[in-house]
Design a protein around this ligand. Structure first.
Ligand code: ATP
Length: 220
């Protein structure tokens, strides 16, 4: 993303993740959300050093390569690699602050799956996230909504049902968005590969070819 990426008043939308590896759960849900929110593009934002999870098995370079390969099927999904260029833990609040400096007047939208939303209260300086961006929560198969008390209060107070409203202010609203269920996770994919199977239907063929060629995820 460049600072020139300011041509339209369209909100800047970001979908953060480890993408170890990227799969159809990320790609289809993000692209469906993009369309429902009437956005021309959406940025996949790979974490450099994820905060709440184990160290990724693939290197940063490999995760970026796989995202780039996945894009051929999803041309409206772009990649923002800023967190991979930063040292230290990839705190989302710092990423959003950086974007706010570059785009002072633009609405920012942070998309998260329901499992990530359930843990928002554990994110670094989590209350500040709402001052910096709108939050869109995507439904995820087999994941229930379960919020900690203070988080539930914040989400309730900021709840919005009309996606167009996210164009009218820079930050602060929370929208729950139902997307077509895609029952895939990176964990499942790794499990299938380790067991000698092929997770063919779970991710783009180009990404699977890359995984095979680089002998990724064969061991724990
Ligand atoms: P893992 O299996 O290791 O937990 P993951 O598949 O959940 O990995 P991440 O890269 O950690 O992948 O997820 C990034 C974001 O994508 C999170 O907000 C997560 O909730 C969301 N997400 C991942 N898979 C799905 C899915 N199938 N449907 C909806 N959201 C998803």
């Amino acid at each position: 993303m460049t600072d020139q990426d300011n041509s339209a008043v369209e909100p800047l939308a970001l979908f953060g993740g480890t993408f170890d590896p990227v799969h159809y759960g990320h790609l289809r849900c993000a692209d469906e959300a993009r369309q429902k929110l009437t956005l021309s593009k959406l940025y996949l934002l790979p974490a450099g050093t994820p905060v709440h999870r184990d160290v990724p098995q693939a290197t940063v370079g490999q995760r970026l390569d796989m995202l780039e390969l996945a894009r051929t099927e999803f041309p409206h999904l772009l990649i923002d690699d800023r967190e991979t260029r930063r040292s230290g833990p990839s705190y989302m609040v710092e990423t959003l602050q950086e974007l706010r400096v570059s785009f002072p007047d633009r609405p920012l939208i942070l998309l998260v799956g329901q499992d990530a939303a359930n843990l928002l209260h554990t994110w670094h300086r989590w209350k500040q996230l709402f001052e910096l961006a709108h939050i869109v929560i995507l439904t995820r198969p087999a994941t229930h909504t379960r919020y900690e008390k203070n988080l539930a209060k914040q989400l309730q107070a900021r709840s919005e049902t009309d996606g167009r409203k996210l164009f009218d202010s820079k930050a602060g609203a929370v929208l729950q968005l139902e997307v077509e269920p895609v029952d895939v996770s990176a964990t499942d994919i790794k499990h299938v590969i380790r067991s000698g199977g092929s997770p063919r239907s779970m991710l783009p063929a180009t990404v699977l070819e890359y995984i095979t060629a680089n002998r990724l995820y064969l061991t724990n």
